[in-house]
Design a protein around this ligand. Structure first.
Ligand code: FEO
Length: 178
């Protein structure tokens, strides 16, 4: 039986991951209707990954004889100032998620739930990767030249390539499962 404090913290994290999925879906939709097809593809894929994160927490909690409760989610913003603004907000959101995972890890340590702490290690590594990816995108946006339109077009193409690589990696991970 899982510790009650850990259970409540995981239920909170299920909400965080569910909201992340909705937020990136809203951003993807904005990119879609504003001509950023590559960024949209990248963010639609990110939406799937966040849903997968949410499901991992749900399965972990239910397997430990807890009950994964599903919360109502607040509506994400649906208007953004620019593509730069979208990825600035992605970065802020990922930093928030990292803090939330670290907080969950603290609770696991103080409650001596080493099984959940071990399970969480995957998320600790995932957050390092997610923050690094968004930092790379923001660095590249900053380096865009004077011809913003052409530069954003190139950047959008690059995001499409990144999205295709992410989709291939996700498919390979599913295939590799026993
Ligand atoms: Fe599941 Fe991007 O945090």
């Amino acid at each position: 039986m899982i510790n009650k404090k850990v259970e409540l913290a995981i239920i909170n994290q299920i909400e965080v991951e569910g909201y992340s999925s909705q937020l990136y879906l809203s951003m993807a939709s904005w990119c879609d209707v504003n001509g950023y097809a590559g960024a949209a593809k990248f963010l639609y894929q990110q939406t799937e990954e966040e849903r997968m994160h949410m499901l991992k927490f749900i399965h972990h909690l239910n397997e430990r004889a807890g009950h994964a409760l599903i919360s109502a989610l607040k509506q994400p913003d649906h208007e953004f100032k620019s593509i730069n603004n979208v990825f600035d907000l992605v970065q802020k959101h990922e930093q928030f998620v990292t803090n939330s995972i670290n907080n969950l890890m603290d609770i696991c340590s103080s409650e001596k739930d080493y099984t959940t702490a071990n399970f969480l290690q995957w998320f600790v590594n995932e957050q390092i990767e997610e923050e690094a990816t968004v930092q790379t995108i923001l660095d590249k946006i900053k380096l865009l030249g004077k011809d913003k339109e052409a530069s954003f077009f190139m950047m959008d193409k690059e995001l499409e390539v990144m999205a295709i690589a992410k989709i291939a990696a996700a498919a390979a991970a599913v295939k590799a499962k026993p």
